[in-house]
Unconditional design. Structure first.
Length: 76
């Protein structure tokens, strides 16, 4: 089916409105299952996968000196 052959939302809604209520309910349940399947969450990832990410940003920076500067900034 090409894009030109794909019915629009309004066309589908009009067709669905002509179905008996039991078929409308079946269609609704089928659409809900389809959407749930497409929105299934990705497999959970571990926070340890982030280990070392961005470490190049901190190269050459003394951690304690950085913390001291931040704390000094809080005091105004």
């Amino acid at each position: 089916m090409t894009r030109a052959d794909t019915p629009t939302y309004d066309q589908l809604l009009a067709q669905a409105s002509r179905l008996p209520p039991t078929d409308q309910l079946r269609l609704l349940e089928g659409l809900a299952a389809l959407v749930r399947q497409q929105m299934a969450p990705a497999a959970p990832q571990s926070v340890t996968a982030l280990r070392g990410l961005g470490k190049e940003i901190w190269q050459g920076i003394d951690a304690q000196e950085y913390v001291n500067q931040e704390r000094a900034a809080w005091d105004g």
